[in-house]
Design a binder for this molecule. Structure first.
Ligand code: PLP
Length: 350
């Protein structure tokens, strides 16, 4: 049976009814790719949940199909969000599909080019805030409380509901939950959603175990790890450049209930993992996505996996083409030669 999007696929686990108009771009059903290099490195079986292959290039689409469908059910005409980029790309696409207006607030100067292009081409009203994500989120929350505009950030509970379907897919794919689940943590909606999904599948007897949740924040944007709000978060991984996560408490609960951890990874470790995934596994992600893999590499250096067996799943949250400038900055540039066979052969080394 062909895939009809995450709402149809997992309808019985989602708060939708017969009258809910389903707004979908056939998100979900993303590949779970075995990682050769990470399996060799850790001695465990490592899989990459490649969420960059969703319709707008990130996992946000899983939550957005729910948020926009429910907004349409409530006859909303306008949706709003604050975004480091991918939420706005997804919200604007799904709003376009539903015939709604979308308004997106982005932190000025700190959004990847691809994401900005997406919001603009989908006809969102894009407003750059002279401030960071956390300030933008405070503003959109206030607007949505006072005006008839639906907030589609992950504080909207339907977002979490949709995003939990990634856990279901992983369990369906592997025949059970993995032993460890590594994931980047920004606003912390996704780690919350995955843990909720794993628990619901377990309670439904669709899986027989629960994974330990391993969350990773960028070193200078790690409020949960340091247990304090970071006023000026910094990292090359703009999608997780967040100093006061909306789902902070839920992320801590996911960590503690699962017996997992939330740790930091430096920008250098993120870029190393980013390049490794592209070079050895053929998988191109955006920098924030590589935080999960950087975290697994860090834990293996600390011998966290020593003597352990089983499976690790790393969520790769978004596609590398979102942020091509970062890729180009971190590799050697193309060489230029005369259009002559001999010159070319010299360069290739033949
Ligand atoms: C949104 C996003 C994250 C962070 O997810 P949270 O739910 O905010 O923790 C990580 N990576 C990418 C690519 C994202 O778009």
């Amino acid at each position: 049976m062909s895939h009809k999007g995450v709402i149809e696929q997992y309808r019985k686990f989602l708060p939708v009814g017969d009258k809910t108009p389903v707004v979908t771009l056939l998100e979900g059903d993303t590949p779970l790719i075995p990682s050769k290099c990470l399996s060799e490195l850790t001695g465990l079986e490592v899989f990459l949940k490649y969420e960059g292959l969703n319709p707008t290039g990130s996992f946000k689409d899983r939550g957005m199909t729910m948020a926009i469908s429910k907004a349409l059910e409530d006859k909303a005409k306008v949706v709003i969000c604050a975004s480091t980029g991918n939420t706005s790309a997804s919200a604007s696409a799904y709003a376009a599909r539903a015939g709604m207006k979308s308004v997106v607030l982005i932190p000025e100067g700190n959004i990847a080019l691809g994401k900005l292009a997406q919001a603009m081409i989908h006809n969102a009203q894009v407003i750059a805030i002279k401030g960071n994500f956390d300030q933008a989120l405070t503003l959109v929350k206030e607007i949505s409380q006072k005006y008839p505009i639906v907030l589609v950030n992950s504080v909207n509970p339907f977002r979490i509901e949709g995003q939990k379907t990634a856990s279901f897919e992983i369990c369906d794919n592997l025949g059970d939950a993995p032993d460890f689940h590594a994931i980047p943590v920004g606003n912390a909606g996704n780690i919350t959603a995955y843990w909720k999904g794993y628990k619901e599948y377990f309670e439904n007897k669709s899986s027989r175990k629960l994974p330990k949740m391993l969350g990773f924040q960028a070193a200078d944007s790690a409020p949960i790890v340091y247990d304090k709000i970071i006023d000026k978060p910094e990292t090359i991984a703009t999608a997780i450049r967040i100093g006061n996560p909306a789902s902070w408490k839920q992320a801590v609960a996911a960590r503690d209930e699962s017996g997992g951890l939330i740790d930091i990874v430096t920008d250098e470790e993120i870029i190393e993992a980013y390049k490794m995934l592209a070079k050895y596994d053929g998988v191109f992600v955006e920098p924030a996505s590589a935080a999960s893999v950087a975290g697994v590499i860090k834990l293996r250096k600390k011998e966290y996996f020593k003597g352990k067996k089983g499976r690790i799943v790393c969520t790769l949250t978004g596609h590398g083409l979102k942020d091509p400038n970062i890729a180009i900055k971190n590799v050697s540039q193309p060489v230029s030669v005369e259009a002559k066979l001999k010159d070319l052969l010299d360069v290739i080394g033949l």
